[in-house]
Every structure is written in C-alpha cells, then in structure tokens.
Ligand binder design. Structure first.
Ligand code: MIC
Ligand code: SF4
Length: 656
C-alpha cells in the first residue's frame, strides 16, 4: 500500500520501491523491507562485508547480481592491500560474486557502464552507490553488514523516505555543467538537507542532461545525506545503454504527471553559473566568479563523480594545444579502463599528456588520500565530491570542489578561473546520441564459476583480523564521556582513511588506535582506559562515508552509546548494527550540560529501549536528561542482541 503519493499519481521512487516491497506499508517514516536485485562492494569496506558473509554461512548469494570491485586500496605499498584483494577474490568465487580486478576502474562508474538498469534496486557498501540513480534505479549506500545480509537473503530494511522533487527547467549554458547543478542543490539544501529523503529529479530540464551528467548529480546527492537520488529513464537512458551494448536493459520510467512530492526545489538550469564548494564542506558553495583568482597548486580530475568519458573528453578539449601552468600539478584518474582505452584510441589521451597532465590509475586514488596528497598549505581544486579537512592526506590543504571544465581551465591559468571569462571556446558538444559502441572491457572481470565454488579455499593474509562483536544489552548501561564533538562530524573524522591507514581496513584493533585522531589525538587512549564510554555529538553526527569501521573501531574501544542532536543515516545504522545505542537529545540545550569525563548511566536499559524513551542520568551532576532513539522494531531487536550479527545467529540457532 502506498500512502505518500495518493491516488495513481506516484513518484518514480515510490513506483520502484512498490515493485520491490516485501514488507511494510510504503509511507514516509514507516519501516519497510525491499527486495534487492543487485549489490556492490568495494575493497576498503569489502573485507568486512565478506568476513560477515562468511560468518553467516551463506552458500550462494541470493541476488540477481553481486559485484566485488577493487578500486580504493590499489597503491599496494605493502602486502596488506594485495592480501585483501586475494581474500575478496576467493570469497567472491565461493559465493557466486562477480569480481572486478584492480585497474578496472571505480566501482560506481563501472557499475553504471556495465550493470546499472532502470527500475532495479542496488545496495552498495559505499555511500556513493546512488550514482546508479542516473539510470533510473533505486541505488542505496549502506554499511557493509547490511550489504552482506542483502547478499545472503536478497532484502534490505529501511525507513521509507519522503520524496523531495527537484524540478529542473531550461538548459545549462557553456562552462556550466552537472557538477554545478548538484553544488547548487547542496547550497540550497545543505549537507543534512537530504536526511530521510530521496531526491527525485523531474521536469523539462532533465532531457538536457546525459546519463553521465545525471550520475554526477545522483552521486553527489550522497553529500545531502539523502537515502538516494534518481532521474527518470528516458530516451537519453536508452541511448546510453545502447552505446554500452546493453540496449535490452532499457525500460522507460518516470513519475506520474502531477505526482505529489513532499517538497519541491525549483532549479532553472539556464540561470546557473560555475560554482565551487570551498573548504571544508561540500555545501560551503560560492560562485567561482566571486572567488576567482585564488592561486592553485594542484588540480585533480577524476573520482566517481566526474571521471566519465564525457567529462574527460571535455577536459581534453580544453587542454588540447595548451600547457598546464608551470606551478600546477594536474593529475587525472579516469573512471574505468574502458574510458582510458577509448581516450587512447581517439587521441584525447595524447592531448592530456602533451599538455602536461599526470595520468594516474583508474581508481579512487587522491579522492580518498590514496596518493597525490597536496603539498602543505596547498590549494587543491578537485572534481571530487568531498573536501572534508584532511581527507586529501594533507591536514592544512584547502580543497575546492569544482566541475571538470573549471578544473581544466584553472590548471592552465594557474588560478581558480571562471571559464566564461577565458578566451577558450568550449567547442565540444557531446549530444546524447549513440555514435559508437563503448566496448566494455571484460578482461578485468572474473565471472563466478558455479562448478567449483565449494572447493574454493578462503585466502586470508596475516593482516586480516576478526571483526569485533558486541554483547547483549545489559540492564544497566554506563559510560564515561570520552569525546564531545560538534556538528557535522564526518566518518573521516571518526575513522580517518588515507594511504597510511587504508591498508588496515581488515584490522580493526590496529585502526582503533587512530580513531578520531585528526580532531582529538588522545581519544583512543582515553576511551581504552575508560573501559565503557560514551560520545556526545552535535547535528548530523557521522555524515559522509558508509565505512563501518567508524562504528567498529569505537565498538572495539568500548563505546556503549552515542548521544547526538541528530545522526546521519548510514552511520546511525552502522552503530546500531554494532549494538551501540544511538540516542537523540529531546532538549538540544542538554548538549551543553554534559561535560567531558562525566559518567552517564542508563538504568533499566532494556525496558527503556522497548518504550523508546530514555532517561540518562549524569552521575557527576545528578541531573537527568530525556532522550529518544526512534528505533524500529528490528533495530530494537538488534540492540537487545548486541548487534545485527548476534541477532541473525540467534535467530538461525533457534530455527536450527
Ligand atoms: C568515501 O568516498 O568516503 C569512501 C572511501 O568511498 C567511503 C567508503 C569507505 O570508507 O571505504 C564511502 O563513501 O562510503
Ligand atoms: Fe572512491 Fe572517492 Fe568515489 Fe569514495 S568518493 S568511491 S573514494 S572515488
């Protein structure tokens, strides 16, 4: 039953959700379960996913398609990354998962090119999984354990989101592109504006955007905190799929005329100008013209947001016959091996190299600080999606997020430049017409072979350690406050990730030593000493990535509960999956009344959890605070059991 969009006038999001609904009433705020057609994992979250899948003793995955990509940890400075790759490959073989070798490209770009399909559902252990929404699918980012469960039983439970309609009108003008659209939306809605929502694009302006443009927008919808973003599937979708040699996947899909959106945002594409997200948040957006002239040290083009063939062709057209400014380091990481091969075949690669660009591997690379950290104090312009402080690997670098066009012209001038003021005419038009077939490169994929799956041994390197487990919720929960954090704390703050730490994604005990390192270097030792502890957070606690490590490392260090003004969706689920209570202040002024080192106590915790009303007593001041959890039935069960894996194993052993 669908009650958000009354009558027959349904949003596209609700149409697809309804087709996949297996439990619940499809109405905003309700707990629902949907069938998951496809899953994706990447390597930096993937090792945990497959350790958890192994713990569930699953035979073959229950989805239509599950893909394991290797794209994050490709630097291989020691044996650790290569061991993780081998582990993932072996588990993929055992369970019928398609394996994408390192060098094939970035998971979201590859999935869009090779497997994304209108009307399907996709769950990925990466927050930018909504990239698939560019093809008209419901593609959701989730914690690794949720993806492991989806692989095991083909379902995912979530709170049915509201649908916000983003009405696109007009056409983009030269030097303005899809990145500017999503930067504009971020400026309007902010990094927490999408929490509990799906952003659905509609209107005449949609037709002026290619699938890869749309994918840039849905990809970076993750920065809104949205559950997902999606576009209709139309003629441009058909042409894209045809050009990928996948015409049979096409299915036209759109919202009903006059569909009732919970809220709408009007965007006149023709009035947009080149934009930039300034340090250190994707919603800190300014017109490039207002900040033009800033001297630039590094320009990085790529990432799952802007590494498509179209994007790189635009960059090549701007750089052709020109020279990268002597004081700028320009690095380019194509989204996939197919894109790189295509650029090589048509000569655009030579234009990039001739101009002085450094071509780096088809992988996440600099986007997650896996190499190419800028020099200290640098200004780095990036076509990526996140510019959180220190994410580049250089704590005092200033990272600006811009479109590929702005990045390319600025690499030539050496200063942040609004292309409309340059003498360069953008002579390339890339109409959404299938002029050539893309030739996907199958040589990087290893297809699962059902004949010998049972015999495939799991390959485990010495750095792969068991994941930590919680214990059932006790009647009395107490914790010493070991951190008071502000608003919009990111998972990059909680569990930093760069070339130094990414090799340890399979080793939570090691990573835990670096938890909150960038904002409070004493955290880990303090939490360890406290035994049982608690964290106090502000608004939108845990925004950003899907990495479970931001819950597993605190679990390992003894964090029992996190109290915040509000939580980001994926991180909240990851904490609950780990058996850590996520409580929300009913009076946000109580935030000021809890101090570092205070001892907080929750009596009769199991009873309070049932009622979803919590009294938390401050044993140091004697004051009590009222909290809520907004926990669903399933979340309560997980918390009672001490996490999702415990809950699943309990259910299985009862059955058995
Ligand atoms: C990111 O962009 O922050 C990441 C790295 O892709 C993460 C996943 C991870 O931490 O492994 C994400 O977006 O979920
Ligand atoms: Fe990789 Fe960056 Fe995309 Fe994350 S945001 S998947 S690190 S390219």
């Amino acid at each position: 039953m669908v009650s958000e969009n009354t009558g027959n006038k349904r949003t596209l999001a609700y149409k697809i959700l309804e087709e996949h609904l297996t439990y619940g009433e499809l109405s905003p705020g309700n707990e629902i379960t949907i069938r998951i057609d496809q899953t994706l994992t990447q390597d930096s979250t993937g090792t945990m996913v497959y350790l958890q899948l192994e713990a569930m003793e699953v035979d073959r995955v229950a989805t239509e398609l599950s893909v394991a990509y290797i794209d994050h940890n490709t630097l291989q400075t020691g044996f650790e990354n290569a061991d993780d790759h081998a582990f993932i490959e072996s588990v993929a073989k055992r369970h019928g998962v398609l394996f994408s070798k390192p060098g094939n490209g970035i998971c979201h770009q590859l999935h869009l090119e090779n497997f994304g399909a209108p009307g399907k559902t996709l769950l990925g252990s990466d927050s930018h999984t909504p990239t698939g929404g560019g093809l008209g699918m419901i593609a959701i980012g989730a914690g690794g354990l949720d993806v492991a469960v989806a692989m095991a039983n083909g379902t995912y439970s979530l709170t049915a989101p509201q649908v916000i309609g983003i009405h696109l009108m007009g056409e983009l003008r030269p030097w303005v592109s899809a990145k500017d659209v999503i930067l504009y939306v971020l400026k309007e809605l902010t990094v927490k504006g999408g929490v509990g929502r799906i952003a659905e694009y509609y209107g005449d302006g949609v037709g002026a955007l290619s699938v890869t443009d749309r994918a840039t927008i849905t990809n970076m919808g993750a920065e809104l905190g949205a559950t997902t973003s999606l576009f209709p599937s139309d003629e441009n979708t058909r042409v894209f799929l045809e050009s990928q040699g996948r015409a049979e996947t096409y299915r036209p899909l759109s919202a009903d005329e006059g569909a009732a959106y919970g809220e709408t945002l009007e965007v006149d594409l023709s009035s947009l100008t080149p934009l930039a997200a300034m340090p250190h948040s994707p919603d800190n957006v300014s017109a490039v013209s207002d900040i033009a002239g800033i001297k630039v040290d590094q320009v990085a083009i790529g990432s799952c947001t802007n590494s498509s063939y179209t994007d790189l062709m635009k960059v090549a057209a701007i750089l052709k016959g020109r020279r990268v400014h002597p004081e700028v380091s320009l690095v380019i990481s194509p989204g996939s091996a197919s894109i790189l091969a295509r650029l090589a075949r048509n000569g655009a690669l030579a234009d990039l190299i001739d101009a002085g660009a450094r071509i780096i591997e088809n992988a996440c690379g600099p986007c997650i600080g896996m190499g190419q950290s800028p020099r200290s104090g640098a200004v780095s312009l990036r076509t990526f999606n996140r510019n959180f402080k220190g994410r580049s690997g250089t704590l005092d670098a200033d990272v600006y997020l811009v479109s590929p066009e702005t990045a390319a012209i600025s690499a030539v001038t050496g200063v942040l430049t609004d292309g409309r003021t340059s003498a360069v005419t953008l002579g390339i038009t890339l109409p959404p017409v299938a002029t050539e077939i893309f030739h996907p490169n199958d040589n990087f994929f290893i297809r699962p072979d059902d004949t010998n799956k049972g015999n495939t041994p799991v390959v485990m390197g010495p750095n792969i350690k068991p994941f930590p487990r919680n214990t059932a919720l006790t009647e009395r929960v107490h914790g010493k406050v070991v951190l008071r954090a502000g608003d919009n704390i990111t998972t990059d703050d909680i569990m930093p990730s760069d070339s130094r730490l990414l090799p340890y994604r399979s080793n939570i005990p090691y990573l835990a030593g670096y938890c909150f390192e960038k904002i409070d270097s004493g955290f880990s030792a303090r939490a360890g000493d406290a035994g049982q502890s608690a964290i106090i957070g502000g608004e939108n606690y845990g925004q950003g990535s899907s990495r479970e490590h931001a819950a597993l490392a605190p679990l390992y260090l003894g964090i029992k509960f996190v109290i915040a003004k509000s939580f980001a969706r994926i991180h909240r689920s990851n904490l609950i999956n780990s058996g850590i209570l996520t409580l929300v202040f009913t009076e946000s002024s109580d935030y000021e009344k809890i101090h570092m080192g205070d001892s907080l106590v929750i009596e009769k915790a199991r009873e309070q959890l049932e009622k979803d009303e919590f009294i938390v007593r401050n044993a140091d001041t004697g004051v009590s605070y009222r909290m809520v959890g907004h926990f669903s039935r399933a979340e309560k069960e997980m918390l009672l059991a001490g996490g999702k894996i415990n809950m699943i194993q309990k259910a299985t052993s009862i059955k058995g």
